[in-house]
Design a protein around this ligand. Structure first.
Ligand code: ZN
Length: 159
């Protein structure tokens, strides 16, 4: 390359286009200068190579499953698990609230004893503590005051 540069005196105008094109090394094209002569300028990178990364990405994508393709997408903001803890649970019998929800509360699932806890202010009442158990049925959940089922339909009533 060094010897080409030296022998072609790049930048110095050729007198005609034909002569320029004939004399230029590979990768250069003849371009007319304002002064009327012709100079060799480096050929623009061919379009097929320019967006190389994009093309490459496309060809990779065509071999990937949808799930794998999703992995290549920029990270979406992660869905934050909503925190439904601390909500008042209303007794359908006496309409009072002696329990609130724990972090295990899930409004889409049938209630279990891990979803609720006796509120702090009722801890000293001598009422039976609810033992957290994800496998417990909702039938054991009763109001400590009136005895009504807290989740007669399976779902707790939230204020
Ligand atoms: Zn009640």
């Amino acid at each position: 390359m060094i010897c080409l540069k030296q022998s072609y005196h790049l930048g110095q105008a050729f007198s005609t286009r034909a002569y320029a094109e004939k004399s230029l090394p590979a990768g250069y094209i003849a371009k007319e200068t304002r002064g009327g002569g012709w100079v060799g300028v480096k050929k623009a990178i061919p379009v097929t190579f320019k967006p190389f990364l994009e093309l490459n990405q496309d060809s990779i994508n065509s071999f990937l499953s949808d799930a794998e393709r999703m992995d290549l997408e920029p990270d979406e903001p992660k869905e934050i698990m909503p925190d439904y803890s601390g909500l008042d649970i209303i007794c359908p019998g006496c309409a009072r609230s002696y329990h609130d929800t724990t972090a295990s509360y899930d409004l889409d699932k049938y209630a279990n004893s891990a979803m609720l806890q006796l509120k702090d202010k009722y801890r000293g009442y001598g009422w039976e503590e609810i033992i957290p158990d994800h496998d417990s049925g909702y039938g054991i959940l009763v109001c400590p005051d009136c005895g009504a089922a807290l989740a007669p339909s399976g779902k707790l009533r939230i204020a």
